[in-house]
Design a protein around this ligand. Structure first.
Ligand SMILES: Nc1ncnc2c1ncn2[C@@H]1O[C@H](COP(=O)(O)OP(=O)(O)O)[C@@H](O)[C@H]1O
Ligand SMILES: [Mg+2]
Length: 434
């Protein structure tokens, strides 16, 4: 097979700027690209999609997959790249570290470290070895060796190598376990799944930065799950930023971040953790040595004035990041909009909410005509909005007001928004849902 270079041979215009390859065209990578441009780089976006949010602001776009490490290496060599970077995509980070190490470019950590902080099996193994609190687990390809005496229901089943809660299910008995395991193995690329004990508590996300081997917590958030109502998916409706946490919880989380940094040899890098907090104890679900995707960087900037994208670039370049973040005051909540399956048309009812400051901003994720699938998953979200207030009651009241006005219409004008998912479990149980 011809190499990437032979297939794409072209006269490279002489570019008098250093070239940065940006892996993945997600929304936050727009900000990454402009940061790199301000630092004097010529930016080349690599993304296999023809259209992506970051494409229009990159200096160039090359349509290749960021998962294809060898091709990205060829592109980087061909373009004589000075930097290969991704800020908030797990697999692209691994590729960036692979290419960076091969070419002697600046990287935030080694390729081996990149693998151990993205592969759930390696991550869990190391957490257990280093005594970092995490649910008891086993790695399986079938249920032949499963001994129910050793694990306590409910259990969580998850593919070993996916993300965005794809294939992650809560199983309350053996039948559910075997059914969900089959799905998880189908999704997994290496036919491995993790079964672990379900941990009850509040789900807290923590954004940290590790500087000079010391962990600093920049921001916390509490994930608000979609009301179960017979549905076992682990999807969220949004988060509250920051999470309400006791001093003990805060110091536990900081201590865990510190221990992860030591165990995984992380320094001068962002670190985000997903934890479950209850009864003055915290347990780690998983973590990533990078910044979060989606709305994260915007909310962190709004709340703390900290430019977390800039810190990700510093991390790659090995430059010292200045931790000049403010403590958050007040509360923000981001809320995702989901729909019934169909063809997305448009969203109405939010302009007035923007005008009267009920909501801070509204993002539409889908284009007219996009097909929305059955599953409540992140790729089926059609939009998100943000509200802000001084206390939780005001935030929740603003969310209710917004949800009452917003509607999603399919291409024929019929309403398709899933309003049922925001109703708390207790309300459903009390039979108030008709
Ligand atoms: N052990 C657990 N206890 C409770 N909830 C869990 C557990 N493991 C996963 N979850 C829930 O499932 C979600 C997705 O699981 P996670 O391991 O983070 O996979 P993904 O890579 O898809 O994000 C978590 O955010 C959490 O809500
Ligand atoms: Mg996760």
């Amino acid at each position: 097979m011809k190499s990437w270079y032979e297939r794409n041979k072209m006269d490279n215009n002489v570019i008098d700027k250093p070239v940065a390859l940006v892996l993945g065209g997600t929304f936050p990578h727009r900000e990454l690209i402009s940061n790199l441009q301000q630092r004097g780089y010529h930016t080349v976006l690599v993304d296999y999609l023809e259209h992506s949010p970051a494409k229009e602001i990159a200096d160039e776009h090359i349509r290749e997959s960021t998962l294809d490490q060898e091709t990205v290496l060829e592109i980087a060599q061909d373009r004589n790249a000075s930097l290969v970077i991704s800020a908030c995509i797990d697999q692209a980070n691994v590729t960036a570290c692979f290419v960076g190490a091969k070419m002697g470019l600046p990287v935030p950590y080694s390729y081996e470290t990149a693998l151990s902080v993205t592969n759930k099996v390696l991550m869990k193994k190391k957490m257990v070895e280093h005594g970092i609190p995490t649910s008891k687990h086993i790695v399986v390809s079938d249920l032949s060796g499963f001994n129910s005496a050793e694990m306590r229901y409910p259990l969580i089943v998850k593919p070993s190598d996916s993300n965005s809660s794809k294939g992650v299910r809560k199983a309350c008995d053996y039948d559910e376990l075997s059914k969900y395991l089959e799905d998880a193995l189908d999704i997994s690329r290496n036919n491995q799944a993790i079964i672990e004990e379900y941990r009850v508590g509040r789900e807290i996300g923590v954004d940290c930065f590790i500087k000079d081997k010391k962990a600093t917590v920049i921001m916390t958030r509490e994930r608000r799950k979609i009301s179960s109502a017979g549905d076992t998916t682990q999807q969220i409706q949004g988060s509250l930023w920051p999470a309400e946490l006791s001093e003990v919880d805060q110091s536990n989380l900081k201590e865990i971040a510190q221990r992860i940094a030591i165990a995984f040899e992380l320094d001068n890098t962002p670190l985000m953790m997903q934890t479950i907090v209850s009864d003055n104890e915290a347990s780690v679900i998983e973590f990533a040595a990078r910044i979060g995707g989606g709305e994260n960087y915007r909310i962190i900037k709004l709340h703390t004035d900290f430019d977390i994208i800039n810190s990700a670039v510093d991390s790659f370049l090995g430059e010292p990041t200045i931790l000049d973040h403010q403590l958050p005051t007040g509360l923000f909540a981001d809320v995702y909009i989901y729909t019934h399956p169909g063809q997305f048309g448009e969203i109405s009812g939010y302009e007035e909410l923007l005008r009267n400051r009920t909501i801070e901003y509204f993002n539409v994720y889908k284009a007219h005509g996009a097909t929305i699938g059955q599953e409540l998953s992140s790729n089926n979200r059609v939009g998100a909005f943000l509200v802000g207030a001084d206390d939780k009651n005001d935030v929740l009241a603003k969310i209710d007001t917004a949800l009452a006005s917003i509607e999603v219409h399919d291409i024929h004008g019929n309403p398709m928004m899933r309003k049922d998912i925001y109703i708390p479990d207790e309300t459903i149980k009390a039979g108030r849902l008709v």
